[in-house]
Ligand binder design. Structure first.
Ligand code: SF4
Length: 781
């Protein structure tokens, strides 16, 4: 049975009473006079054990930010269809009957954009049927709300249904911070982290620093909320925004719409390996109230308002303390902010519109562009779309048509149906615009371009999306994607020229008269409220059905049930073979490449065929060329193969192996495949000069031992083809992470000292074979 999108089948109101109680404990640890930022209040009120976390790695609760390890209990999890596959497979392996916190799945990343929603959506559903069937069946079994293909993009759907002031949620997508526009702490994570929350294990985060962004004045004319974050992206790159939560405050905050604040937060994700994950947040403001009302959440509005009103001498949950101290403050005057255009190839190359024409000339960027794309999870609000509509109406009245192809992506069925009811989509279609499905489409490479641009051909496009890395939209690394507000993208699409400035320049009309746009105007919210849309796009209720079968075809090449990893052997590791010695940078992309491999995210054996294929051989300088020193040919030479092929060969022979690497091994992302794959292929130890923190944790969760050279020069000692045995490792694990460990290399003549950061909990994961094994064991006992 389907339920209306606004139904309250799982709790959608944060547990304010409990959070306030926790916040009081926080003040007890810090002292009553402490002044906290809003981000700290929401994060710390979600601590599993307040005292234990805030005093960890700190001097009696001093300098918590940047030091303390927070063990958090989020309220909710949201997953998109690509990353949900492995997260669900891992969740299934621990044998729980349902998720511990309300969870939702959103089918958005696998829908292609080409000719329009009516044609594209059915074709994509057919092409990905087995994945959608799996996700839906697992959702039904475990009580997860399942939003089918066409229902909308994860972040827009979350904003309309789940985001709430004071909420803390995890999302398996980088732009999860979008929900900060409604006062939530929402953090983008990898699937394994989401599983922590789903199984009720505390989720760890190094306490972030807080960067205050003070907004003054008020936007006007062409300037849009998008321009705040576009300008800030450029500024923070220069100043270094690493490892902060961005918290907005100041009088300008009260002038912004709720959806505008979400756009700002959407692009405020500064995922950095150093801190793990950070986010952006706005305080509970007056403009959030009409948004909650028009999205049919009166109960939440009432509760949040009553908690926001609780003040006096007690702590205030939903806003920062008046004297809250930020680690740094950036001030932006909205009144003088001008539109910005960011790109190409990176979202933080920021150019004010007035200087863009010159930048095009100086950098020899293309002077014409082929497509303008508006909408997506970042910019498809009623405000965005009605302001773009106003510009289209102005141009149509002057007899103009867009010169570039013009695509519109609604972020959800709710916003699509509302824009259809209010004739906004009709305005776009009549002008030649193509309305795509309520899904990611061209934003994530699911775009079949039909304008004849061939791969490798330099060209430009404009979009109101949030990222513009090479090949991101159409798979063509030579396509330059310039990001701008929907208003600027729409107006420029009528000129088809990258040097056109809609604020000052004119376009010739068919009658010969020059036409100049007036500044756009629109409505923050629909006066008749939001329409519910097609009931077929409503979610399934989050009620577990333990007998519901999970659909995975045994012959599928895209999905495979995860088999639990074997526990750690009862003793020291002997005869561990060195598979490969990596030279230089080794990111999670090096270890588990993306692109065409994404198709196999739910099939560990198949995706493992990409393991370390980007790694450079320290001894030969080749990439992905490994040698089997244990299977010498008649000539005495070791046969060579790809790294995953050799790993698999050894796996089949029952031989475990290790990798030697340099600094910051596993930097780049939280991708759990980079830990799962080596483990699946028989990897037992990674020995590096240093690790990226998140990846190091992921390795331990999957039962791989990350070890660090005590003397970096010992990197030279170990070579591919060496045999290594451990000394003290097993005892250290048995002693909960305590004790010295060293490695004997070769026949034992060389002993190298190693360090580790394995905690008591993590030692338990490794001994059990993985964190999920340990959990399954506890559940079963
Ligand atoms: Fe990510 Fe783009 Fe989809 Fe948003 S629309 S969730 S940025 S792929």
């Amino acid at each position: 049975p389907k339920t209306p999108a606004s139904s309250n089948v799982a709790p959608r109101i944060p547990p304010y009473k409990r959070l306030l109680g926790k916040l009081k404990e926080v003040y007890k640890v810090f002292g009553k006079k402490t002044q906290l930022t809003l981000a700290e209040k929401i994060l710390y009120s979600h601590l599993d054990n307040v005292e234990e976390s805030l005093l960890s790695n700190t001097h009696n609760g001093k300098e918590v930010r940047g030091n303390a390890t927070l063990k958090l209990k989020p309220d909710r999890v949201a997953m998109q269809d690509a990353s949900a596959q492995m997260a669900l497979l891992q969740f299934m392996s621990c044998g729980l009957p349902s998720t511990a916190v309300p969870t939702s799945i959103h089918c958005d990343h696998m829908i292609v954009g080409e000719r329009g929603a009516d044609v594209d959506l059915p074709a994509s559903i057919t092409g990905n049927k087995e994945v959608f069937d799996f996700l839906e069946s697992a959702a039904k079994k475990y009580g997860i709300e399942f939003w089918p293909p066409g229902a909308g993009i994860i972040h827009q759907t979350v904003l309309e249904n789940y985001a709430a002031p004071g909420l803390m949620m995890l999302g398996t997508d980088s732009h999860t911070p979008n929900a900060g526009g409604l006062g939530a702490i929402a953090i983008g994570v990898g699937g394994a982290d989401a599983v922590d929350a789903m199984v009720d294990a505390p989720w760890e985060l190094k306490a972030p620093r807080v960067l205050g962004v003070k907004l003054e004045g008020q936007l006007s004319g062409w300037a849009a909320p998008k321009d705040i974050i576009m300008m800030l992206a450029g500024l923070l790159t220069v100043r270094g925004g690493t490892g902060f939560i961005l918290e907005y405050f100041g009088p300008g905050v009260d002038t912004l719409s709720c959806t505008g604040m979400s756009t700002v937060c959407n692009m405020g994700e500064y995922n950095r390996a150093e801190v793990g994950a950070t986010t952006s947040i706005f305080p509970f403001t007056e403009s959030m109230k009409p948004y909650l009302r028009s999205t049919h959440r009166l109960d939440l509005l009432q509760k949040a308002s009553s908690y926001a009103a609780i003040g006096g001498k007690g702590p205030q949950l939903l806003r920062a303390d008046p004297e809250a101290v930020y680690d740094e403050v950036v001030t932006i005057d909205l009144s003088s902010l001008e539109p910005h255009i960011n790109g190409p190839f990176t979202p933080d190359l920021s150019t004010p519109l007035s200087q863009f024409k010159n930048a095009v000339k100086v950098n020899e960027w293309p002077e014409s562009f082929g497509a303008g794309l508006i909408g997506s999870c970042t910019n498809s609000s009623y405000q965005d779309m009605t302001r773009a509509e106003d510009l289209v109406k102005q141009a149509s009245a002057a007899g103009l048509e867009p010169k570039a192809d013009f695509f519109i992506t609604p972020g959800s069925e709710q916003i699509r149906a509302t824009l259809a009811r209010d004739s906004t989509l009709e305005t776009f279609s009549s002008a030649g615009g193509i309305v795509l499905a309520n899904a990611c489409g061209p934003c994530i490479g699911q775009w079949k371009r039909t304008d004849g641009v061939s791969k490798g051909e330099t060209n430009a496009i404009f979009s109101s999306y949030n990222r513009n890395f090479k090949g991101r939209n159409d798979g063509n690394p030579a396509t330059m994607n310039f990001l701008a507000s929907p208003e600027i993208v729409t107006a420029m699409s009528y000129a088809g020229s990258t040097t056109f400035n809609p604020l000052t320049d004119t376009i010739p009309t068919p009658s010969g008269d020059p036409f100049q746009f007036s500044p756009p105007s629109g409505l923050d919210l629909p006066s008749a409220g939001f329409a519910q849309g097609n009931p077929n796009f409503a979610p399934t209720p989050g009620i577990p059905s333990p007998d519901h079968p999970v659909i995975i075809s045994p012959s599928s090449d895209r999905l495979a049930v995860l088999e639990p990893f074997a526990p750690f052997p009862a003793g020291e590791l002997e005869g561990l073979r060195v598979l490969y010695k990596v030279k230089g940078q080794c990111t999670t992309d090096t270890i588990s490449a993306a692109g065409p491999w994404l198709k196999y995210k739910g099939h560990l054996p198949n995706i493992s065929a990409n393991t370390l294929i980007g790694a450079v051989n320290a001894e030969t300088g080749d990439t992905n060329v490994a040698y089997d020193h244990f299977d010498l040919a008649e000539s005495g030479e070791p046969p060579k193969s790809g790294i995953p092929q050799l790993a698999e060969k050894w796996k089949n022979q029952g031989k475990e192996w290790m990798v030697v690497a340099e600094s910051n091994y596993g930097e780049g992302s939280a991708r759990e495949h980079a830990a799962l794959q080596p483990r699946y292929l028989g990897g037992r130890v990674i020995l590096a000069k240093s690790f990226a923190r998140i990846h190091e944790t992921n390795l331990k969760k999957q039962g791989i031992v990350p070890l660090v050279f005590e003397n970096e020069s010992d990197y030279e000692t170990v070579r591919a083809g060496d045999v290594v045995s451990t000394v003290g490792l097993f005892d250290m694990l048995k002693n909960g992470g305590k004790g010295d460990v060293s490695l004997k290399v070769g026949k034992g003549e060389q002993v190298i000292k190693v360090k580790h950061t394995i905690s008591k909990d993590q030692a338990g994961f490794i001994l059990a074979g993985s964190a999920l094994n340990l959990l399954a064991k506890k559940e079963g006992s």
